[in-house]
Design a protein around this ligand. Sequence first.
Ligand SMILES: [Zn+2]
Length: 163
Amino acid sequence: MSAPDLLAAAIGFRSWRIANGHLQSPYIPCRWDGRTMRAVCYDANRALTRGAGWLDEPHDSPHPDCRCGIYAYHSPGARSYYGEVWWCEGIVSAWGRLEVHADGYRAEFARVEALGVPDLGNPRLDAAVEAVGRDLGVPVMAAAALPAFAGELGDPIPPGLRP
Ligand SMILES: [Zn+2]
């Protein structure tokens, strides 16, 4: 069973690129125009990996046989996106269809709950993260403060519901 019946939104951690004042998914060309995103399986995604792992027929996202959905990790700092200078970590809450994996999940809906300023000593990046947080109306804090803040927001998917 890949879609646990949760009573509350599942808290997760993830990273974004920051491009042109917006959050953007690190690996796919998907801009987060608002605080809440709904997963869509884009045809364009399939070209990224030559179609491997992606489902051809139309389907709701996320799907167990596809790679689509909004990704987040159960724990903070597990895998951040370090390939670009302009990135940040944050907290999301997720609901709807969930495909749960050992280290994280793929969700149908996810909402940004907080952003963390990376400890990179880059004032321009700090300002960019602050600006995105203001636009989205979410708190911005030091990345190191995210786990404690997440604990006040809610719970991750319980270990017993993970594969
Ligand atoms: Zn898909």
